[in-house]
Write a protein that binds this ligand. Structure first.
Ligand code: WTA
Length: 666
């Protein structure tokens, strides 16, 4: 925890509310009764949600919390997650329904029906089995947004192997640490990917990452960019195998084994407050239950009618729960788009909405703000009348962006659902119900039926209406993480020690109740930044900076950014001799570019600081703790706060002066 408390001062002047239309409410999947149902008997409520899945063996009890904080849901039950997402829809007569309208960035497209998806997943499952991958083994996946990414995840689930998807934008070093931590046996990647109209290599980075990686036996390579790539794809004989050689030769039939409800499904690494990413572990029955339930009630999804599109990448949890598991369990027809939103033009998303008749659209506030910047005339050129529900996730959405989204994308008619959740929660926790809630711009509002959350003060006491504090989850939920891979102690420490006495899960977010008791999220209260909805820890970026030979010390803060939510601002002290310019100097534009490139190499381009400021000193307390709060004041051009606990109070003057002169800025 840092010294700061949640910023509570930006609220609450927002008083507009938007009830659903009578027509929407009349047909909605979820009505107000759902809250009452869940309140009457929580476990019976969740049992009813779980019954919407196919279980080979029914559970004997809904929840076992005796080994808290390690939950067991649907104890004794057995199911196959991939069977639930694919096969059962085919068996129920929906084999010809399109599961995926895939749109490649260069304009190539593929429609894949549930029957075809079943064949692909079976072939891939047989292929993995032929490589010796079995239940409990780990498979790392670094792929662009192509159908094979989804097929690969489902193939793992089908044979009980855990996938660990690593975002394509992560560096070789980041991939390697994840491969090592999970001891992945197989890595699945592609030759290259299309990014902003260009084919760029992918496997080359994976090769760098895997040099000497002991656990890795095979690398399976999807051909995506092919001849569009410059040069040959390097090949390690005996280790590397083309996806098409391996998978296409397999039979398209595979008998799915039922696994225990608590069988591990996947690991997904996320930034914590230390430099080492945490491998968040999710299991099968409870996870799939809540992913499917929330997808159905929050987006009002109607199978066979809606065309759903979640714009996330499978490298993040939103892609796991709301592209793969939730929608497919619910027999969605969905759009999967490979590329960037402005390739080849800034109307690409709206063109896709128009072409496929997208009715549910789920994206992140940072993208909404980018669309705002590009101008309302761009979506204005397309027919968006098929849309009926809009969703937001990843960071607090400012009321202005919320209103713009509702007006210019939703034609003033679509409910907007602001969904709060985390990698750790596995599925949506706090959100309006589109057919029930009188939506407020900027508020996630209420825990979903079956979920319990509270805003508490330092002592864990719930704050009254209009009060602010920390967001906690005070009751276990089906899709909760089951731990951190290989580190039970860190799991307890990170989430359960802050309010150990009360047994609350500490989410790391600040929040506030309004006069009606609705929840407004205020951002992280720990050393985690949220840049374009991506979690990046300040410590991780600091370690990357300090690993550069010219840097002696570094402090990193997340500063408010109009587009990306937060931007990364770094303050560095250069090693003797490297900082020629004296106090507050920029240390030279070249040196700064080199540092930014170094961070991109260590972590990935998403972690590149927006700004690097070379400083002579860092503000520290007498015990040597860096006071990030003061640096944040500087980075956000605010009056610098209380400096009385600083060991040397003149330090801030030096830093502020350097900052105001504009040096270090890009
Ligand atoms: C933030 C993404 C406000 C929050 C699903 C959380 C949000 C972190 C919202 C998790 C929202 C996510 N309003 N803040 N609707 N959704 N967050 O693990 O700080 O990538 O703790 O999961 O994003 O990020 P993660």
């Amino acid at each position: 925890m840092t010294e700061q408390s949640p910023a509570l001062d930006n609220l609450l002047t927002e008083s507009r509310t938007f009830p659903p239309s009578d027509e929407f409410a009349a047909k909605a999947n979820a009505t107000a009764e759902l809250y009452a149902d869940a309140d009457t008997d929580r476990e019976a409520f969740w049992a009813k949600q779980a019954e919407r899945l196919h279980w080979d063996t029914p559970w004997t009890s809904v929840l076992d919390w005796s080994d808290a904080p390690f939950a067991k849901w649907f104890v004794g039950g057995k199911l196959n997650v991939a069977y639930n997402c694919v096969d059962r829809h085919v068996e129920e007569g929906h084999g010809d329904q399109v599961a995926m309208h895939w749109v490649g960035e260069p304009g190539d497209t593929r429609d894949i029906t549930y029957a075809e998806l079943r064949g692909e997943v079976c072939r891939a499952a047989n292929a993995l089995a032929s490589l010796g991958v079995g239940a409990h083994d780990r498979v790392a996946i670094q792929l662009p947004m192509i159908p094979e990414a989804i097929v690969a995840m489902l193939a793992c689930a089908r044979i009980g192997a855990l996938h660990s998807v690593v975002f394509g934008g992560f560096s070789p070093a980041a991939l390697r640490s994840r491969v090592d931590d999970a001891e992945a046996k197989v890595v699945i990647t592609s030759d290259g990917q299309y990014r902003r109209g260009k084919a760029v290599p992918m496997k080359a980075g994976v090769d760098d990452a895997l040099a000497g990686a002991e656990s890795v036996e095979k690398v399976v390579v999807v051909r995506r960019a092919g001849d569009d790539l410059d040069g040959e794809v390097a090949w390690t004989d005996g280790r590397d195998v083309w996806w098409h050689d391996l998978v296409d030769a397999q039979p398209d039939d595979h008998t799915a084994e039922a696994f225990d409800s608590e069988h591990p499904l996947y690991i997904l690494y996320t930034s914590g407050t230390t430099g080492k990413p945490k491998g968040i572990l999710h299991t099968s029955g409870g996870y799939l239950t809540q992913a499917a339930y929330t997808h159905r009630v929050v987006f009002d999804h109607k199978p066979g009618e809606d065309v759903y599109w979640c714009t996330a990448d499978i490298g993040w949890v939103t892609g796991h729960s709301y592209i793969v598991y939730g929608p497919l369990a619910n027999r969605a027809t969905q759009v999967v788009y490979e590329g960037t939103p402005n390739t080849p033009h800034e109307g690409r998303h709206w063109e896709i909405v128009q072409n496929y008749g997208v009715s549910i659209y789920y994206t992140a506030p940072t993208l909404i703000r980018t669309f705002m910047k590009w101008g309302a005339d761009i979506p204005g050129k397309y027919d968006l009348s098929s849309l009926r529900v809009l969703g937001s996730v990843g960071e607090p959405i400012n009321p202005e962006a919320w209103m713009w989204y509702r007006e210019h994308i939703g034609g003033d008619r679509c409910p907007v659902v602001d969904t709060w959740w985390q990698t750790e929660t596995g599925a949506i926790m706090i959100s309006p119900l589109p057919g029930v809630t009188h939506a407020k711009p900027g508020s996630a509002q209420r825990p979903l039926p079956g979920i319990s959350a509270k805003v508490v003060d330092n002592d864990g006491t719930e704050v009254p209406a209009k009060g602010g504090g920390y967001l906690v989850l005070d009751k276990p939920w089906p899709s909760m993480l089951r731990g951190i891979w290989g580190d039970d102690e860190r799991y307890r420490d990170t989430y359960w020690s802050r309010f150990a006495e009360q047994g609350f899960y500490f989410a790391g977010d600040g929040a506030k109740y309004d006069a009606d008791g609705d929840i407004w999220l205020l951002g992280r209260v720990d050393d985690v930044m949220n840049v374009s909805g991506h979690r990046i820890s300040t410590t991780e970026v600091e370690s990357a900076l300090v690993s550069h030979p010219t840097v002696a010390e570094a402090a990193v803060v997340g500063a408010t950014d109009a587009t990306t939510g937060q931007g990364i601002v770094a303050f560095v002290i250069l090693r003797g001799g490297a900082a020629e310019g004296g106090e507050g100097s920029a240390g030279g534009e070249e040196a700064i570019q080199a540092l930014r490139a170094h961070v991109a190499k260590e972590i990935g381009p998403i972690a590149k600081p927006r700004q690097i400021m070379v400083v002579p000193e860092l503000p520290k307390t007498r015990s040597g703790k860096i006071m990030r709060r003061l640096l944040r004041d500087v980075a956000e051009n605010r009056e610098v706060g209380d400096v009385t606990t600083l060991a040397d109070s003149s330090v801030m003057d030096l830093i502020s002066k350097g900052m105001k002169s504009g040096s270090g800025d890009e």
